[in-house]
Design a protein around this ligand. Sequence first.
Ligand SMILES: NC(=O)c1ccc[n+]([C@@H]2O[C@H](COP(=O)([O-])OP(=O)(O)OC[C@H]3O[C@@H](n4cnc5c(N)ncnc54)[C@H](OP(=O)(O)O)[C@@H]3O)[C@@H](O)[C@H]2O)c1
Length: 342
Amino acid sequence: MKAVVFSEFGGPEVLRVADVPTPEPGPGEVRVKVHAASLNHLDLWVRRGLPIEITMPHIGGSDVAGVVDAVGAGVEGVVPGTRVVVDPSLDYDWYEGEPRGPGIDDPPLRLIGEHTQGGFAEYCVVPARNVVQLPDHVSYETAAAAGLVFVTAWHALIGRAGLKAGDCVLITGASGGVSTAAIQIARHAGAYVYAVTSGPDNVRRVRELGADLVYDRLEVDDWSTAVWNDTERRGVDIALDSVGGPVFASCLRALGVGGRLVTYGGTAGPRIEADVRLLFWKQLSIMGSTMGSPAEFRRVMRLVFEGAFAPVIHEVIPLEDLRRGHEMLEGGEVFGKLVVRP
Ligand SMILES: NC(=O)c1ccc[n+]([C@@H]2O[C@H](COP(=O)([O-])OP(=O)(O)OC[C@H]3O[C@@H](n4cnc5c(N)ncnc54)[C@H](OP(=O)(O)O)[C@@H]3O)[C@@H](O)[C@H]2O)c1
């Protein structure tokens, strides 16, 4: 089958189109004929060489939608010909059940396309329990663009931060895949949304998505003070951040008394600085969030199927152009999601 692979870590130039053996589903697995896959920032980290062990050549791509084409031994309830979207999280029960990660510093869950071969290929093998049937009216592109980002945003805002109607929420990196999902979820929940993005085009598009007040970080250096003043010096209830680096401290400043900062990434760098006085004076909470449970995936995807949420698709590109897709995402040229079609 055709796939985009890399055999060494590095820049986008390590990606190449290759002919690789078509994978066979093992016990409990199904093979999906991929109709659409989508690119996430995670694919950039994996290509650059996260400190994880992966099999080379590696096929990235955590978000997959397509048609089940073969089933392995013991698979019940999933038949060939079924249109599906794939939940990218493996082992999420490690989170919710007994702690049994392999080592104290090892991440407690694995992801399709990160720890296993992913969907930037004509076929992809995944556990049967990870597939969710796709209604006929939902396109493969919509499903593939929605999965990872909506479950991440849902778990962070609803599961972790306990977002409720009337809350004021700050969302940084607002043009990003997860953030464009988070803005929709926050609006749907009845929250008031403050968002930080870059450049006038992004400001306009973030507003159109439903954010109430949008700050251009290229224009307003001290946007945390602007948020503070715009909330009549009360601050926001929740800050959702994946930029990290210096943005983390700005989020702490923008939070009001009892506020919660939910972090799910460190795009601008893994090291953060925090003024500890802000934490105790304002009685803040900092919480981490990663992906979402199988139940959350099904719940948020049902809302996508019902049309409550729609992933923002920047462009659909052919699989052969995946290297260009990596360059675009790395260069900050993508608003929302890039979808890849084999
Ligand atoms: N823990 C989890 O389960 C999980 C799940 C998904 C993603 N993540 C992580 O979360 C992050 C976002 O993921 P994504 O796929 O949504 O990424 P993305 O689509 O590439 O979006 C990232 C956004 O961050 C902003 N940004 C990037 N560099 C910045 C900088 N130096 N300073 C300020 N803002 C910057 C940009 O938004 P603006 O230009 O609009 O400011 C950019 O669009 C990544 O680090 C990813 O690995 C974690």
